[in-house]
Design a binder for this molecule. Structure first.
Ligand code: FAD
Length: 481
């Protein structure tokens, strides 16, 4: 029976970094991947990670120290994450960069789109299907192993210590046991698990923009092995606009109305926040806002609808591009690039064009809609949002027929929230003791991501990569070889 130094569940950001770290150090490791290809993970499709202290930053003379990045992110988390873990991960930024570069993955630095105060986001120049193949090739060169089509089902334990994984070959259903001195769970969260989404966010629909192969199995296995959940549960939300489960095809143009700063109402037809917040901080605060609302609706009149469509962008329409925190820099890329087909959207049941607000209220069951619009129009006239204090230049009345109403639900690139760990990624039990032999990294790790998601673009993947390294390094130090 072969005993690996490390068995890793998942070939995404955390899993591959952990494997490369172990294999490069001459340790035996195997990665179990449920998907049939190495390009299935969210990490393989992601734009790029935020990292500190990298050579790229050094070259461009814009170094972001780990300390600066840590202070910013920890302050944003309000202490809801394990500070030691966060700092340890962030300090592994240069190592992550080195592993990616050695594997032939090229990156460049992007601008500070989300106004974090530093340029930490590294953008992949190597195209999506190819870059993870390159990591796989490097892993093999270093002597690491990888098996595709292999779904981890249960952890093996002996004398209270996790010592391997029982996995199913997805082609023929055969069960195979992989034995190891330590196991890292890095299976990418629970976006594909409706029950888990319901458990944490209620009976609402969360649009899966990322892989549904990540179905919470890793988190559940860790809990069955004695681990406990940490407390922050959230999403890294979609920033391109609203989403709806009835939408067919990706990114219809009419999803944009969720993020134009115009009137939004909740499932009863009442306003529920300053709409600019969603447009400005869609990935982080936007996730919490939309999860809380569950369903929400953009309500526009003909003037706003046609005005925005005729302008180069919504920011040009308002004529105040400088007054957005991040929305403009993220979205103002010229004419809306996505398909626009109102009739199709109406046919799918999430869009409506109508001649009266009563019709809209009845169609979508929004009992307070008419009253809300009346009040809102009054505030527009007075140029003062007495309800949520929205910037007055965003106050456009909803008056001219026809009206347009678009129904939206939250959407997520990936989930946040998972297993509680210490600052070395060791899974903790209810008494705060490590479960021997068990680690959690990436978004399965509930102790390094906060909800709302960080306002640091690329933090999702950045922490996945660096937590994988953190877990592997600790195993290399601790396991008695
Ligand atoms: C299209 C897209 C773009 C994104 N862009 C960015 C970005 O630019 N910057 C950023 O920071 N974040 C981005 N994200 C989010 C980011 O990709 C994730 O946060 C990150 O990949 C998480 O890494 P991970 O290792 O935890 O999980 P993943 O990368 O999702 O990997 C998990 C792996 O585990 C496998 N798996 C699941 N269950 C099992 C099982 N039972 N047995 C074996 N294997 C299993 C999955 O198939 C998957 O391959 C993006 C996400 C998507 C979908």
């Amino acid at each position: 029976m072969k005993i690996y130094d490390v068995v890793i569940i998942g070939s995404g950001g955390a899993g591959m970094m952990a494997a490369l770290t172990a294999a490069k150090a001459g340790r035996s490791c195997i990665v179990l991947e449920k998907g049939k290809h190495l390009s299935v993970s969210n990490a393989a499709r992601a734009g790029g990670p935020s990292l500190a202290d990298t050579l790229l930053q050094e070259k461009e003379k814009c170094t972001v120290t780990a300390e600066t990045m840590f202070r910013h992110m920890y302050a944003f988390s309000r202490g809801t994450v394990d500070g030691g873990l966060l700092y340890r991960c962030i300090r592994n930024g240069r190592k992550a960069e080195a592993l990616l570069t050695e594997s032939g993955i090229h990156m460049r630095l992007t601008e500070d789109l989300y106004h974090a105060g530093f340029r930490a986001r590294h953008f992949f120049d190597t195209p999506a299907p190819e870059r993870w193949e390159r990591l796989g090739k490097k892993l093999t060169e270093y002597g690491g192993e990888l098996v595709l089509g292999t779904c981890a089902k249960e952890l093996l334990a002996e004398n209270g210590r996790v010592c391997g994984v029982a996995a199913e070959n997805t082609a023929d259903g055969r069960m195979v046991s992989y034995h190891g001195r330590a196991v890292i769970i890095a299976s990418g969260g629970y976006l594909g698990n409706k029950e888990m989404l319901k458990q944490h966010f209620g009976d609402i629909s969360v649009g899966p923009l990322g892989s549904r192969l990540s179905d919470g199995a890793g988190i559940s296995m860790a809990l069955r092995a004695g681990g406990v959940e940490d407390r922050s549960w959230g999403i890294c939300a979609g920033e391109f606009g609203g989403w709806h489960s009835r939408m067919k095809g990706r990114f219809p143009g009419n999803m944009r109305w969720a993020m134009t700063g115009g009137l939004l109402v909740d499932r009863e037809g009442r306003r529920f926040m300053d709409e600019q917040l969603l447009a400005d901080q869609p990935l982080s605060v936007g996730g919490e806002i939309t999860l809380r609302a569950g369903s929400y609706y953009a309500v526009l009149d003909e003037e706003f609808y046609q005005g925005v469509r005729a302008a180069r962008s919504v920011y040009d329409y308002y004529g105040r591009p400088g007054d957005w925190e991040t929305g403009k820099t993220v979205h103002d890329k010229g004419p809306w690039p996505f398909r626009e087909d109102l009739e199709k959207d109406i046919g799918e049941g999430w869009a409506l064009r109508c001649d009266s607000l009563r019709e809209a209220a009845e169609h979508f069951s929004l009992p307070f809609l008419e009253e809300t619009v009346k009040q809102y129009n009054g505030m527009c006239e007075a140029q003062c949002d007495t309800e949520f204090g929205k910037n007055s230049w965003l106050l456009k009345p909803v008056r001219k027929t026809p009206f347009y109403v678009f129904a939206y639900e939250p959407s997520a690139w990936c989930t946040l929230g998972g297993v509680k760990t210490d600052s070395f990624c060791r899974v903790l039990d209810g008494k705060q003791h490590p479960v021997p032999g068990l680690y959690a990294a990436g978004v399965d790790n509930g102790s390094c991501y906060c909800a709302p998601y960080y306002d640091t673009e690329g933090a999702c993947l950045g922490l996945a990569l660096t937590s994988g390294i953190t877990a592997a390094e600790h195993i290399l130090e601790q396991v008695n070889f």
